[in-house]
Design a binder for this molecule. Structure first.
Ligand SMILES: [Zn+2]
Length: 394
């Protein structure tokens, strides 16, 4: 309807009360986010990640949660917090991570600062605002009900940005014990759509070994690894099948030493994305079946599919429908998106657990220098998550 301006008005007194509750407390929510952002926590710095873990543990413990630390040797520790609930239902799992892609010292050039409706800072969108939303929605439910309606388990991991190798078994074990998984990764787009499908992700390395020789004196004794790799790259690129949502991207190539040397080694690093789990084995098999065009070359393929796709199963659709109903009461049409990037929600959905992702902050610039959230979106986001914790356990 041209010229019609949608006004956000909650349609029920209860929704209005809840939105008002979080709007009144928006400054507290922002200060929680700021505290977490100002403890920098790049994935590769265990001491730094452990600092933000300790700060988060203290905040969840203050709400009455039972803290369990899962120590990790090469990464920060993972944090599990269990909250009892009134019902004897299985817990709702709130899933996220406190590592970021930003190196220590980023705050100097990218401070946590309010500019109009924006709050900036390293990891503010991905996903420290998501952790703050967990804290404030749990606090609100306790305020409203005296205790949580259902048990809730929070899991915050330290290595999501680097593939979750160390935390994956913990994530999967807790997901299997839960009724539903709510992932507080950043939402999608300026309207804050949730994510109901994510592609699976694979990483491969293709290494060619040829034979070095002097390009002038002994040209014919050499076996050019770069030429072989070029042929392999063309073949690999042909595995892409856009109709299936399957993409294969050769993202990094290296090889050779000097222009006057026939190169003995060349390497390609390859990113594979799959929309459907049933395509995983096929593309993996094709990668592993690569054979040298030049028999004098040796080919080594390493890597594999490390995150299964999150498919829009009936369980996912059901959780999304619950979220839409809650948002509608809040006066808002909640969209959904299918995205190419993976998260730990891929693991839980891959096990068949009902999973809804992208429930966290609304903003832009995840992993970039303009990373920010929109402060005005936070109250209704918190109200949505509180409502989903109630609804997901039923
Ligand atoms: Zn993230």
């Amino acid at each position: 309807m041209a010229g019609f301006k949608k006004i956000r008005v909650p349609s029920t007194p209860e929704a209005r009360r809840r939105l008002g509750y979080f709007t009144e407390r928006c400054d507290q929510l922002v200060s929680t986010i700021r505290e977490l952002v100002e403890i920098e926590s790049p994935s590769d710095d265990k001491a730094a990640v452990d600092r933000v873990s300790a700060a988060a543990a203290q905040k969840f413990a203050a709400l009455g949660g039972t803290v369990k630390i899962h120590p990790a040797r090469d990464f920060g520790d993972h944090l599990q917090v269990d909250f009892a609930g009134k019902s004897g239902a299985k817990p709702v799992l709130l899933l996220g991570h406190y590592d970021t892609v930003h190196p220590l010292g980023t705050l100097a050039t990218m401070p946590c600062r309010i500019a109009g409706d924006r709050l900036t800072g390293p990891g503010v969108l991905d996903m420290k605002s998501g952790i703050a939303l967990m804290l404030h929605s749990i606090a609100a439910l306790k305020d409203w009900h005296g205790d949580l309606p259902h048990p809730v388990t929070v899991l915050l991991v330290s290595d999501e940005e680097v593939g979750s190798a160390s935390s994956r078994p913990i994530t999967e074990a807790l997901a299997l014990k839960s009724s539903a998984v709510l992932v507080l990764e950043p939402s999608y787009g300026p309207a804050g759509a949730v994510k109901t499908a994510r592609k699976g992700v694979g990483d491969y390395q293709v290494k060619v070994t040829g034979k070095a020789s002097h390009a002038g004196l002994d040209f014919q004794k050499g076996v050019n690894a770069i030429v072989e790799l070029a042929l392999q790259i063309e073949k690999i690129t042909g595995f892409t099948d856009l109709k299936k949502g399957l993409t294969v991207n050769v993202g990094i190539v290296s090889g050779g030493s000097r222009t006057n040397v026939v190169p003995a080694e060349a390497i390609a690093q390859v990113d594979v994305r799959i929309a459907r789990l049933k395509d995983a084995a096929g593309v993996d098999k094709k990668m592993r079946a690569l054979r040298p065009f030049n028999r004098k070359c040796k080919l080594e393929i390493t890597g594999g599919i490390n995150r299964p796709p999150m498919e829009r199963t009936a369980g996912v659709a059901d959780l999304y429908a619950k979220a839409v109903a809650i948002a509608r009461d809040l006066g808002w049409k909640l969209g959904e998106a299918a995205v190419g990037g993976g998260s730990d929600g891929n693991f839980t959905a891959g096990l068949g657990m009902p999973t809804l992702d992208g429930l966290g902050g609304v903003g832009d610039g995840a992993h970039a220098t303009h990373e920010h959230i929109l402060i005005s979106e936070m109250p209704r986001r918190a109200a949505l998550i509180a409502g989903l914790i109630e609804a997901a356990g039923t």
